[in-house]
Design a protein around this ligand. Structure first.
Ligand code: PLP
Length: 391
């Protein structure tokens, strides 16, 4: 065993008994390169983070330029930092009315935590509705609203007054009532294995929220930034949430999260008490500069139009008797097998053959497909061939 691997085992706190454990020396485009000439296709984009692939020159230049100016000036929200302000403006403009205020944090779970607090504060209500099979993060509040009981059973007590309803079940939306502060849900259940909101479901959620005064929080941490073929998934569904949460690709590889909403909701946390939600590093200038550079590139190019073509190729080519189902949208897919053993066999074989993929938190029999959005047709075909050959 090489030295670095030994130190990894000795000193890095693991999240699982057997980490994937590949060593990456550098990464470019869709490829991760190991120290001894090994090379893997990153077929998951670092789990929906590197949507433009690795080593994007515009992102690296923006980080370098910002690093030479300043790294940190003050805690979040107090001093004016150009990358943060300009990124907030760009996001607000892209999202349109109802999203004029952006609150930056460091990642996804923080964004959800803060948005739940804002919903309680704004509505003056305590009850929260969430969906079975969801994932919203690992800190206490986000874990409370996540819909996988197994992940929670040894970590209680969690937040009270959280009610889980089946996703895509319209009748169950009656759980949202006059006491409800918010419902939090995903446009596509990512950790649940690529489960799409049915036609009209998000609209029904919107309608129920309007009837009861509850806020709709849409977690697009995984589906944001072109992953499903539109800049944000809710745009294709024709629904606007009250609060949108973003992270992952938001920082183009650096830590960044955000909740985005209208002025009245954002302002609720600024008084009684003041400083209702604070943090030191949120929207750090390096992360904001990186994210803004990537966002501009994504907005100005024609990458998004290419996603549905790539999706069609994926659906057409990824056929094999071992596959029981292929589900998802855009370039966010789950390939399902009969059981966990088959899924693991395919994952390990694919890794040996030079393709990195990973399973899902809430289902055991599937592998994730979420390559960089700028993967070429040729690269996608090669990836699919490797995956099939691993079955
Ligand atoms: N929400 C969704 C939909 C996610 O997929 C994730 C992470 O996988 C999170 C929230 C939590 O984000 P983070 O890991 O940045 O805390």
């Amino acid at each position: 065993m090489d030295k670095l691997r030994q130190l990894f085992d000795q000193h890095i706190a693991f999240t699982a008994p057997e980490p994937i454990g590949i060593e990456v020396s550098y990464a470019k485009g869709i490829y991760l390169y190991g120290p001894n000439g090994k090379k893997w296709i990153d077929f998951i984009s670092g789990i929906c983070v590197m949507n433009l692939g690795h080593g994007v020159p515009e992102v690296i230049d923006a980080i370098r330029e910002q690093a030479e100016r300043y790294l940190h000036t003050m805690v979040y929200g107090e001093s004016i930092m150009a990358p943060q302000v300009l990124y907030a403006k760009a996001l607000s403009q892209a999202l349109g009315e109802g999203f004029e205020k952006v609150y930056f944090l460091n990642g996804g779970t923080e964004a959800n935590e803060a948005s739940l607090k804002a919903a309680k504060r704004f509505t003056g209500r305590k009850k929260i509705v969430a969906c079975i099979n969801s994932y919203h993060g690992s800190t206490h509040g986000s874990l409370s609203v996540s819909g996988n009981p197994k992940m929670k059973e040894n970590y209680g007590p969690l937040l009270p007054e959280v009610y889980h309803i089946p996703y895509n079940d319209r009748i169950a939306l009656e759980e949202i009532d006059q006491d409800t502060a918010c419902i939090i849900l995903e446009a596509i259940q990512g950790a649940g294995g690529g489960i799409l909101a049915d036609d009209g479901y998000l609209k029904a959620v919107r309608q129920r929220c309007d009837e009861t005064g509850a806020l709709m929080i849409l977690d697009e941490i995984q589906t944001g930034f072109g992953r499903t073929g539109s800049m944000f998934a809710h745009q294709a569904y024709g629904v606007k949430p009250d609060i949108l949460t973003l992270a992952k690709a938001l920082g183009a590889g650096l830590p960044l999260g955000a909740w985005i909403t209208r002025k009245e909701i954002a302002n609720a946390i600024t008084h009684n008490p003041i400083l209702g939600h604070i943090n030191t590093f949120g929207g750090g200038p390096l992360s904001a500069a990186a994210g803004l550079a990537a966002f501009k590139k994504l907005e100005s190019g024609n990458l998004l139009e290419g996603v549905s073509n790539l999706e069609n190729i994926l659906i057409e080519q990824l056929q094999h008797p071992s596959i029981t189902e292929l589900r998802g949208k855009g370039l966010l897919y789950a390939v399902l097998f009969e059981d966990y053993e088959k899924s693991e066999q395919v994952r390990k074989t694919a890794l040996d053959k030079g393709l990195l993929t990973i399973g899902f938190l809430n289902i055991k029999n599937g592998l994730r497909i979420s390559p960089p959005l700028n993967i070429t047709v040729e690269e996608l075909r090669t990836s699919i061939e490797i995956l099939k050959a691993s079955m």
